[in-house]
Write a protein that binds this ligand. Structure first.
Ligand code: TRH
Length: 386
């Protein structure tokens, strides 16, 4: 039996972007804050975390923030004391000396491989499976995040939905968020959109559609996101964070700095539509319960389109046929699915479905919140006898 106050080591290698660090960091924070666990996050590229977490700097070999120790993952490891529980994020592999330290313990640590999130049905069968190490007396268990009770669930901080609802009722908190971003507060009859996407999204065509449309759209883009597409679209005049927005027709584009995870949540809560990508922002947009659009991380052989389809199948199943078709149509266009509709008409269709998507967002959150939470599931599994 592993005590609740045990020592956990989370290992994470940044493949690219921010999601690997973002997910590992969120898990570490929840374990420390809600389960009283002593957590060390071993990260190879601290700059990825430092980009959006102000409490973390890129340089120190060891630092402490939000109750978590964050250490630079070096080879060889600075010391070889294995934790009671080891989480290997996204199958990043463990250092050889650390593996030997694990095997040398009187009782081997619980070892979990935290996999990437997917709505594909096969993950329910793979979640929780054990796999012995080929040489050492160690066994690891696969942990698949997902959207069903048979999966490993999703990360969700205690009180998240309540904090979201309180923020939505608090005009001063919303005003202070917009002021901190250098963006004016929402005007009547405008559509406010947060936009976090990969460089290959059909952004210019969507910006054209918004600029030419009959409805005022305020689009908030984090600095550096789709920067080249934005530059080409604007003819070189990309706003600096908090600077004068780019205005064209019905559209204003504001570039904002990357913000801390809790503020990114608030941004998602405050916008009418959220464009998200990868894994962690995708999950946060679901907790936000506003209409959203997902761009999965592009993979070779278009494997990401299978993930897209699997998620739409689950998420849109509870919608009426027209709204379901509007979601599929717009998400396919945004992801350049072969033979998808042009983005402009697909947007109009999607925007019309907004009232139903809003109701559906709340129902979807209620469904997800009834599932086991990911960090709590890991803590429970770590405490079970094997
Ligand atoms: O950055 P991403 O594209 O990360 C991706 C995915 O995780 C993908 O699955 C993985 O294979 C690839 O990385 C290597 O998108 P994601 O997952 O949304 O991660 C972004 C993180 O950045 C998330 O934790 C939210 C955080 N963030 C902020 O905290 N503040 C911000 O202002 C913004 C824009 C993001």
């Amino acid at each position: 039996m592993i005590a609740a106050t045990s020592r956990w080591d989370i290992f994470c290698k940044v493949v690219d972007n921010f999601g690997d660090a973002g997910v590992a960091w969120r898990l570490a924070r929840i374990l420390a804050a809600e389960h009283g666990i002593e957590v060390t996050l071993w990260l190879d590229r601290l700059e990825a975390l430092a980009r959006f977490e102000p409490g973390i700097a890129a340089e120190p070999a060891a630092q402490h923030a939000h109750g978590v120790t964050v250490r630079r993952w070096t080879d060889p490891m600075p010391d070889d004391v294995a934790g009671d529980v080891v989480v290997e994020a996204f199958g990043c592999g463990l250092p050889g000396d650390y593996l030997h330290a694990m095997a040398a313990r009187a009782s081997p640590p619980r070892w979990f491989i935290l996999e990437y999130l997917s709505a594909e049905p096969w993950i329910d069968g793979a979640h929780g499976l054990a796999s012995p190490h080929p040489r050492l007396p160690l066994s690891r268990r696969f942990w698949f995040p997902g959207f069903t009770a048979q999966s490993g669930g999703l990360l969700r901080e205690r009180g998240l939905v309540g904090a979201r609802d309180a923020f939505r009722r608090a005009a001063p908190a919303q005003a202070s968020l917009w002021a901190s971003l250098g963006v004016p507060g929402p005007a009547a009859n405008e559509r406010r959109v947060s936009l976090f996407c990969y460089p290959d999204a059909p952004l210019p065509a969507l910006l054209d559609a918004w600029a030419d449309g009959g409805e005022a759209v305020v689009c908030v883009i984090p600095e550096g996101v789709a920067a080249q597409a934005l530059e080409r679209w604007s003819g070189g005049a990309v706003p600096c964070p908090g600077g004068t927005p780019l205005e064209r027709g019905s559209l204003s584009v504001h570039v904002v700095p990357f913000v801390a995870p809790d503020d990114y949540d608030r941004l998602l809560w405050a916008c009418d539509v959220n464009f998200v990508r990868g894994e962690d922002s995708f999950v946060r947009a679901q907790w936000a319960a506003q209409p959203f659009v997902w761009q999965p991380y592009p993979q070779s052989g278009s494997a990401h389109l299978a993930k897209l389809g699997a998620f739409v199948d689950r998420y849109a199943a509870g919608l009426d046929p027209a709204a379901r078709a509007a979601v599929r149509r717009f998400w396919d266009a945004w992801n350049r699915v072969p033979d998808a509709d042009p983005i402009g008409p697909a947007w109009l269709n999607f925007a019309q479905a907004r009232p139903e998507l809003l109701d559906h967002g709340s129902a979807w959150v209620a469904h997800l919140a009834a599932l086991p939470e990911l960090a709590a599931g890991l803590v429970k599994a770590a405490g079970e006898s094997v």
